[in-house]
Write a protein that binds this ligand. Structure first.
Ligand SMILES: NC(=O)c1ccc[n+]([C@@H]2O[C@H](COP(=O)([O-])OP(=O)(O)OC[C@H]3O[C@@H](n4cnc5c(N)ncnc54)[C@H](OP(=O)(O)O)[C@@H]3O)[C@@H](O)[C@H]2O)c1
Length: 395
């Protein structure tokens, strides 16, 4: 059995996310007393060791719980003294939390039999990236749970042309969802419409007892998508780093531990409604992010900012090849510039970028060497080729 330290240190991919969706992870846990259980496997500061117990322990059902975001929710909720039940297929990280009750079922088969006859104070639904799963689960749980928090995505927004868009900005409509379903596009291609529809299903069934959180890019230790990890790892490798655009493009990310704590906090507060949830608090640019990450390494490094047109000529893919970044586009200028003040007022806090960068890098370096292969970002040879072409053009 792998230890909880090993869960944080290295995990294996078990699924696929699209757009801003997540990549589930695996891992497992150690036996131990309360204190060691809480502190095992931590990456220095920025864990939940200092968390105080809630005055009112809740019974919380987590749909999922063993991928990337889920384990941090479990850790935080246990530290707060809540009593947890996980619901999943038992495939991803089945031994991760032996002390936590797990009920088995497959949402793709609408198999919720193991939930029958039970009740909870709150449900946190992580595992649904398609609306039909939520249509079913909210019906199963609407009389069995007081509150239902659906983990949506900022991708539910259908129009990103406005900087500072908040949760009341346009999302994909029911008609757009139905059109997507009728057209036969994949669930991945219709990620936003599915999330928007699942939000509606949550509120239809739970009304004011429903909570929707729309995270942006969730990053930090345990993230197997490498959609942020690329930058700390690349910068720590040193040398000339290709950086996209002129440095002024917006970047928004949220540390998985801050996201997990916020979601548990919302159910504790008996919150209601929708929250756009990404960070940091003050606007961040790509330059701010990359120089901020550079501050946690001592490797000599220089950034060469390569303009977007040149990157386009070389068919550099936004987001996956140049993580966190998208091509500047007036239609999309509100991307990575969402207004999350409602979530902040409700308790979303952000640890410093340096903590996220350092902990992500430490997590990466603690993985077995064979697992230290980046899934996103420019491959080293391709980065070099583009930089050489850029220098050749600019003399
Ligand atoms: N990562 C990001 O940047 C990002 C951004 C915005 C929104 N989000 C959203 O955040 C959520 C968190 O994802 P996560 O992977 O980190 O969550 P998680 O709860 O940590 O992991 C996913 C869980 O789903 C379970 N699962 C998968 N297929 C299942 C099925 N057919 N039936 C029942 N359970 C199933 C997995 O266990 P088994 O395999 O054992 O079933 C696993 O426990 C997702 O909704 C994602 O769209 C993520």
């Amino acid at each position: 059995m792998r230890t909880r330290r090993e869960f944080v240190a290295g995990t294996t991919v078990a699924g696929l996310g699209v757009g801003l969706g997540g990549l589930p992870l695996t891992g497992c846990a150690v036996e131990g007393d309360e204190e060691s259980r809480r502190t095992e496997g931590r990456q220095g500061e920025g864990d939940f060791q200092e968390v105080t117990r809630s005055a009112k322990p809740l019974r919380i059902l987590i749909l999922g719980g063993t991928g990337f975001l889920g384990p941090w929710q479990v850790e935080y909720a246990l530290a707060r003294g809540h009593v947890l039940t996980l619901f999943n297929r038992g495939r991803t990280g089945p031994d991760l939390f032996p002390e936590v009750e797990t009920l088995l079922g497959d949402r793709a088969e609408s198999d919720y039999a193991s939930l029958a006859g039970r009740s909870w104070d709150a449900v946190i639904d992580n595992s649904a990236n398609v609306a039909p799963w939520v249509m079913d689960s909210v019906q199963v749980l609407k009389d069995a749970a007081e509150r239902y928090l659906f983990v949506s995505s900022i991708s539910a927004h259908s129009d990103n042309s406005t900087i500072g868009q908040n949760e009341y900005g346009p999302v994909f409509t029911e008609e757009e969802y139905e059109e997507a379903m009728a057209s036969g596009v994949s669930a991945g291609a219709a990620f936003g419409p599915h999330k928007a529809q699942a939000e509606r299903e949550t509120f239809r069934a739970f009304g004011e007892r429903g909570i929707v959180v729309r995270p942006g890019l969730i990053v930090g230790p345990g993230d197997r998508s490498d959609r942020f990890t690329y930058w700390p790892v690349r910068i720590d490798r040193g040398g000339e780093v290709l950086a996209p655009g002129d440095g002024s493009d917006f970047a928004q990310i949220v540390d998985v531990r801050d996201m997990a704590a916020f979601m548990v906090h919302l159910v504790e507060q008996e919150a209601s409604g929708t929250y756009n949830a990404t960070g940091p608090e003050a606007p961040l640019t790509m330059a701010g992010m990359l120089y901020g990450i550079r501050a946690v390494t001592s490797t000599p490094v220089t950034f060469t900012w390569v303009d977007a047109d040149f990157l386009r000529e070389h068919r550099v893919g936004a987001w996956m090849e140049m993580p966190v970044w998208v091509y500047p586009d007036p239609e999309n200028r509100g991307f990575s510039a969402y207004d999350c003040s409602k979530a902040m007022a409700a308790g979303l806090t952000f640890r410093p970028l340096a903590d996220t960068a350092r902990d992500t890098l430490n997590w990466w370096k603690a993985k077995p060497e064979a697992e230290q292969t980046l899934r996103t970002g420019l491959a080293p040879e391709r980065e070099r080729t583009i930089l050489e072409a850029w220098h050749a053009r600019n003399g």
